[in-house]
Design a protein around this ligand. Structure first.
Ligand code: SF4
Length: 426
């Protein structure tokens, strides 16, 4: 029996990719360590490269793997492997580098047949240039360590925001067909999952490459009442139409929780980012969600310190967020990425300024979250029991459960008693 340690950095799509690997490994031959730093025969690092911090985090795990067991096989995969194979090839700790281009066809074989290498063996092709790449990520029966399963239905992105390295790491947009999605949801439902989170690199592009779209997918899933809960991961404001919001509002199974990536509240910065909408579009869509679903959670991604962002630009972001219907936001300081247009832009913003602006927006986000949670004190909310002390409501409230008499995975109505920091207490 071989011991394997696995870590996944980054987004839900990457976590799904790792879940696929763990589903494919025969339990008779491999056992997964609970913690990455336990001694293992094989270490797999599924990397992210959205920021330089993510790259250094991946390198940190590589060194730790070597320290934990110098004889172990070290396999690096994911977006950092896809974009920076050359850089990773310089690390003697690494045995195999498997890009996203080869994740579905080579990763499992490398783990099953791989041997220690004098220098890293690389499995990679230029995914960015592959015009006809098909969606090739297999299904899963279970999602390790989660009660709410992610389901990858789309990969890649055809856009080119000037700060973003993802298209280079993930290639062009490609989608899984609706019938296969339905059968994968049924498989997870029959294995006890009550919630599936539909995810993709650019979920709003779902289906455009196969003659359908996200609206038609949700209409099908809703019509068939296929599972208790369907949750959507991040959406692009440019593609968010009111008919999709109406469908979600009328649905019994689509969760009233939205994450719509704004990035900046300033029109000039949005233009420099090559985003495809104006601040007004974002405001009108989020206002429409609030009108149709008064209890919906609405989150966003906001970047600070994009090149050329001055005090006035930042103020525009701050004011939009403050006056908006948003209930939380994830704040990202701009991170220079190779191969992106913004890397060579003038007027790069000082890291101290980025830090201050991040702090200001994170404080505002906490206020928004507490105001939103406070609305539910004394009310009963549908909560999926995640473990002994935590649950997640359909409108994405983190619930701390004091006297938990419920089964993990059950959906129950819980009365909110008070707010405790980032949690609503039941
Ligand atoms: S839409 Fe823009 S930010 Fe999102 S993955 Fe595509 S290029 Fe990156």
């Amino acid at each position: 029996m071989k011991k394997i340690s696995v870590v996944t950095l980054g987004c839900k799509v990457n976590q799904y990719d790792t879940a696929v690997l763990l589903n494919q490994l025969p339990k008779s031959k491999y056992t997964k360590n609970k913690h990455f730093d336990e001694k293992a025969d094989i270490y797999v690092i599924d990397t992210c490269t959205v920021t330089h911090k993510a790259d250094s985090e991946a390198r940190n795990y590589i060194y730790r793997a070597k320290r934990n067991n110098p004889e172990a096989l070290v396999v690096v995969t994911g977006c950092y492997a896809q974009v920076s194979a050359e850089e990773l090839s310089g690390l003697k700790e690494v045995d195999y580098i498997v890009g996203n281009s080869h994740k579905s066809m080579s990763l499992l074989r490398v783990i099953r047949e791989g041997e220690k290498q004098k220098e890293p063996t690389v499995f990679i092709s230029d995914i960015f240039k592959e015009k006809k790449k098909k969606f090739d990520t297999p299904h899963i029966d279970y999602f390790p360590d989660r009660t709410r399963a992610f389901l990858k239905v789309q990969d890649g992105c055809n856009y080119a925001c000037t700060f973003c390295i993802i298209p280079r790491a993930r290639g062009r947009s490609r989608s899984l067909d609706i019938e296969e999605i339905k059968s994968r949801i049924i498989r997870l439902r029959d294995n006890g999952y009550k919630e599936v989170v539909l995810t993709g690199i650019h979920l709003a592009s779902y289906g455009k490459d196969i003659g359908t779209d996200l609206y038609k997918l949700l209409l099908e899933l809703d019509k068939e009442n296929i599972i208790n809960r369907i949750r959507l991961s991040s959406l692009d404001p440019a593609d968010l139409k009111n008919d999709l919001i109406d469908l979600c509002a009328d649905s019994e199974i689509i969760c009233p929780s939205f994450h719509i990536a704004l990035q900046s509240g300033d029109k000039d910065i949005l233009k420099l980012m090559r985003r495809r909408y104006l601040p007004e579009k974002f405001v009108s869509s989020t206002n429409y969600i609030r009108k149709k679903m008064p209890d919906a959670s609405i989150g966003t991604d906001i970047m600070v310190g994009f090149p050329n962002e001055n005090e006035e630009n930042f103020k525009n972001s701050y004011n939009l967020l403050k006056e908006s219907e948003l209930t939380y936001f994830h704040v990202f300081p701009y991170s220079k990425r190779r191969y992106t247009q913004a890397e060579s832009m003038n007027n790069q913003v000082d890291s101290k300024v980025k830090k201050e602006r991040s702090k200001t927006l994170r404080q505002l986000s906490s206020l928004k979250k507490i105001n939103f949670y406070t609305k539910f004190i004394g009310k009963n909310i549908n909560t999926l029991i995640e473990n002994k002390s935590r649950g997640t409501s359909s409108n994405y409230i983190n619930v701390k459960i004091e006297d938990n008499i419920y089964q993990t995975g059950d959906i129950v109505k819980l009365k909110i008693k008070r707010i405790d920091g980032e949690y609503a207490v039941a």
